[in-house]
Design a protein around this ligand. Structure first.
Ligand SMILES: NC(=O)c1ccc[n+]([C@@H]2O[C@H](COP(=O)([O-])OP(=O)(O)OC[C@H]3O[C@@H](n4cnc5c(N)ncnc54)[C@H](O)[C@@H]3O)[C@@H](O)[C@H]2O)c1
Ligand SMILES: O=P(O)(O)OC[C@H](O)CO
Length: 311
């Protein structure tokens, strides 16, 4: 890669602006794009080394189609920082990029990375998932003494960790909004991790990845911080708001809402038990109140804590 790589960064929301600063601080020539500027143009993509997407999942397909039409050079490495599932197709952002730009190297960036803290200059760690050589080049480009980056060849697992934790963060926001305490929240995080392992391994990820930064790491950050928009949505739901009112009450994207609905469908199709995720989806769809959802979780039959047979 060039000494001062040229980067096109898509999406200038909370995470896009943060990544813009991190990349610029590392000496990259960063050009940011957001939809208010109109369509992405050929001169924006000509000569770039890296494409970084910090788009919400609902925006990924349309911009990937636009880039495909612009004939993005095959040497351009794509980095996806999106943490969501597409409602209509259940695709991840990596699925979409790989289907539309199949000849490009793609890695995913994930981990416990609340943008607000990183903007305050606080230290954080993240993981780049994908081909190890490509991941290492992104690691050396983006990593610094306050943003420590690891690599992991398990792209599917790294991406799924960041996607799934948003749903459990909604559950923890509900828990805390109802005043149910730290014990109950800890149980939700721990049993939520098990749901992630179940679905994530079925999805093609490998178990150790889910105990890493993008799984357990991001669960801990998002499920315990009121900075998380997903946690905030859960908190508003606990106060009796509808999902539309809860989303209106927060600033920014909460990917966990659509993700919960997609995961429940996926789990039903493949007969994977994910009771916490199902409870979150039921509250979102207003088939259960938050209090009823918690009661339903607690009233299930007792069972062993079978970690050796989670799948
Ligand atoms: N905020 C964080 O701390 C953080 C950290 C890591 C990952 N992420 C992930 O990054 C993604 C973006 O999150 P964010 O926090 O920046 O969200 P955000 O809501 O702050 O910003 C989203 C941006 O996308 C734009 N957008 C919305 N719909 C669009 C469309 N159809 N076409 C083009 N642009 C569109 C919005 O105008 C906005 O600028 C999400 O998947 C999120 O899970 C966020
Ligand atoms: O604000 P949230 O809930 O989207 O979480 C942001 C990041 O994903 C935390 O790592």
């Amino acid at each position: 890669m060039a000494t001062f790589p040229r980067v096109l960064l898509l999406g200038l929301g909370a995470w896009g602006q943060t990544l813009f600063r991190l990349l610029a601080d590392r000496g990259c020539q960063v050009h940011g794009w957001q939809r208010s500027q109109g369509p992405i143009t050929k001169d924006m993509v000509d000569g770039i080394d890296l494409l970084v997407s910090a788009l919400p999942i609902k925006a990924v397909r349309s911009q990937a189609i636009a880039l495909e039409a612009l004939g993005l050079a095959k040497s351009v490495i794509c980095v996806s920082a999106t943490k969501g599932l597409e409602l209509s197709t259940a695709a991840t952002a990596a699925d979409i990029w790989q289907s539309l730009l199949p000849e490009h190297s793609l890695v995913v960036l994930s981990g416990p990375n609340l943008a607000t803290e990183i903007n305050q200059g606080l230290p954080a760690a993240a993981v780049v998932g994908g081909d190890l050589e490509v991941a290492a080049s992104v690691q050396s480009l983006l990593g610094s003494s306050h943003f420590r980056i690891y690599t992991n060849p398990d792209l599917r697992g790294v991406e799924m960790g960041g996607i799934f934790k948003n749903v459990i963060a909604i559950a923890c926001g509900v828990n805390d909004g109802l005043g149910l305490g730290v014990n109950a929240r800890s149980a939700l995080i721990t049993r939520g991790l098990l749901e992630l392992v179940r679905v994530g391994t079925h999805w093609g990820g490998t178990m150790p990845t889910f105990y890493g930064l993008s799984g357990l790491g991001d669960l801990l950050a998002t499920c315990t911080s009121s900075l998380s928009r997903n946690y905030q949505v859960g908190w508003h739901l606990s106060q009796g708001k509808t999902i539309d009112a809860a989303l209106d009450s927060i600033i920014g994207t909460a990917e966990g809402v659509n993700t919960a609905l997609v995961l429940v469908d996926y789990a039903q199709t493949h007969q994977l038990p994910i009771p916490i995720t199902a409870a979150v989806a039921a509250v979102i769809c207003q088939t259960l109140t938050p209090t009823e959802a918690i009661a339903q979780l607690l009233e299930r039959p007792f069972k062993p804590e079978v970690y050796q047979n989670v799948v």
